[in-house]
Design a protein around this ligand. Sequence first.
Ligand code: HEM
Length: 181
Amino acid sequence: MKGIIFTEFLEMVDAKFDPETTERIIDMVDVPSGCAYTAIGTYDHTELIQLVVALSKETKAEVTDLVRAYGFYLFERFVRTYPRFFSGIRDAFTFMEGVESIVHTEVRKLDEAANPPRILCTRESGERLEVIYESERCLADAAHGLILGCIDYYGENVELERSNLDDESGKRVRFLLTRKS
Ligand code: HEM
């Protein structure tokens, strides 16, 4: 997985907890990279899981909650880092519909080591959007937080329901977004 996902995670820990917590979780994990991440490097996604588990031990927060909070934080960072993906997009559903066909497609094109998840959107009506997340990396909690971040960014009143497809692993998860007036 690309280094930006790791560098942003450690920056979130610095910002939401403190730099000492970041140092402590880096000391707790035993990973090939030694946590010396660069945004353009590529690392095994299990290193992220180890860091989250360490953060959970350190802070007593649930892993699920930490990964979801990370997704929420990451969306705001994507807004700042990749403003071109947001230009001319006025609502959360339109943005979500472009994640697969525009955003992740370009991510794959720019870096063949990148392997973002599949995000399949179906507009069930003007007010309802189904979003299916599929990835071997089982980071549906991050997807959940990113979707919440997207809704928050556009300042919309959207109800989000989540259900596992297949099993509980978080590999295939369905999100149903319903816009409230
Ligand atoms: C401008 C917005 C976005 C950008 C620039 C972006 C870019 C990226 C990049 C660079 C990665 C790392 C891929 C890799 O290392 O192989 C990634 C992973 C990921 N993206 Fe996006 N993404 C965006 C929006 C979203 C949204 C809205 C979702 C919500 C469903 C999403 C879901 C994910 C998840 C969950 C991952 C972690 C990897 C995995 O689950 O397999 N992304 N994205």
